[in-house]
Design a protein around this ligand. Structure first.
Ligand SMILES: NC(=O)c1ccc[n+]([C@@H]2O[C@H](COP(=O)([O-])OP(=O)(O)OC[C@H]3O[C@@H](n4cnc5c(N)ncnc54)[C@H](O)[C@@H]3O)[C@@H](O)[C@H]2O)c1
Length: 319
């Protein structure tokens, strides 16, 4: 259970899927959270979502005090008001480079000289977003998984010009919020999470295009094998435990076969229209388009239950 321990004021700029998730995470950890969005109705929608989500998290003992957390979040009418004097700004605007650059120029001109500024961007290196800003030394990428209140990893990607002090402040704030910050040592397109994801998704699309498997069965392979294991350990620990002598034994036994398979993968093949239509048809036969929001809530509840299970097990094992 997260007990409030984050003494900070945080502005959430862009309060859609990712912004509202950050708001839940930061407020549950004790921060004062200010929401702003370019669409005037969005902060109120995010607050209504928090009204539902925070109590559901409390019920599973993922957070301590839903009502207290909710009271710490406020909607703001202007960006300038939201960022004034805050300790940290998390930007979650749409993934369009020009839009992000314009938005950060506006933040740069506002009254937030003490703030570290993180972008949730999924793809753009910080250098593309922040170059030319007065306060670039206080800016970095802080890329979450979706939704950030339930999937705790956050990839911190400083630019060469980001000051080590700003990176460390962001790391400490994320850790205090209950996230798992990981530091990337250099800027790279897609960071680490999405590069790994692109590998798996690219091969999945290629297997559909080649007629090897149906979309439902491919999802079943992931859900009932790799996904179960990967929910509590990574690929290196998996390899370490899959041969009696540990990682080097695994690499010696299976490295050749896996590298040969790697050369044969369709990860970089273009996604064919036909394969995309096949996956879309399979998905819509399972979940009609009108039920996607409901299914998203189902996903979040399943993630909450998994997170609660992991917390309880970690406590028992003293991790
Ligand atoms: N959805 C994901 O799976 C995911 C995961 C990790 C990171 N991200 C990144 O998070 C960011 C936000 O994605 P999302 O999924 O929350 O999208 P979203 O569409 O749900 O939310 C974006 C919000 O930004 C608002 N907005 C539009 N123009 C704006 C502007 N100029 N200034 C401020 N707000 C503006 C929109 O009204 C909307 O509420 C993107 O950079 C995305 O790449 C998304």
């Amino acid at each position: 259970m997260t007990s409030p321990r984050l003494d900070a004021t945080i502005a959430i700029i862009g309060s859609g899927f990712i912004g509202r998730g950050w708001a839940a995470r930061f407020a549950a950890a004790g921060a004062q959270v200010r929401l702003w969005d370019a669409e005037p109705g969005v902060p109120a929608k995010a607050l209504a979502w928090l009204d539902e989500t925070l109590p559901a998290m409390e019920k599973l003992e993922l957070i301590a005090d839903a009502r207290g957390a909710r009271a710490r979040v406020t909607g703001h009418a202007t960006l300038e008001d939201a960022v004034r004097g805050v300790d940290y700004i998390q930007e979650n605007a749409p993934e369009k480079l020009d839009l992000k650059r314009e938005l950060h120029a506006r933040i740069d001109a506002a009254d937030c000289a003490g703030a570290v500024i993180g972008s949730s961007t999924s793809t753009f290196p910080g250098t593309k977003i922040f170059t030319g800003l007065r306060h670039a030394a206080r800016c970095l990428v802080a890329h979450p998984a979706n939704p950030p209140h339930l999937l705790p990893v956050v990839e911190l990607v400083p630019m060469p010009v980001t000051s080590p002090a700003a990176t460390e402040r962001c790391r400490a704030l994320m850790a205090a919020a209950g996230q798992v910050p990981v530091l990337l040592k250099k800027e790279i397109e897609g960071f680490v999470m999405n590069r790994l994801q692109a590998g798996v998704i690219g091969e999945a699309m290629s297997l559909i295009a080649d007629g090897v498997i149906e979309p439902d069965d491919l999802d079943a392979v992931m859900r009932h094998s790799l996904g179960l294991r990967w929910s509590f350990m990574g690929p290196f620990e998996t390899m370490d435990l899959n041969a009696p002598g540990g990682f080097m034994d695994y690499a010696t036994r299976y490295g050749g076969v896996l590298q040969a398979l790697g050369r044969d993968l369709g990860v970089a093949k273009p996604w064919t229209r036909e394969a995309m239509e096949k996956v879309e048809a399979a998905r819509r036969s399972r979940i009609p388009a009108g039920d996607l929001v409901k299914r998203g809530t189902w996903r979040d509840r399943r993630l909450m239950a998994l997170a609660a299970h992991k917390h309880a097990t970690n406590r028992k094992e003293g991790e």
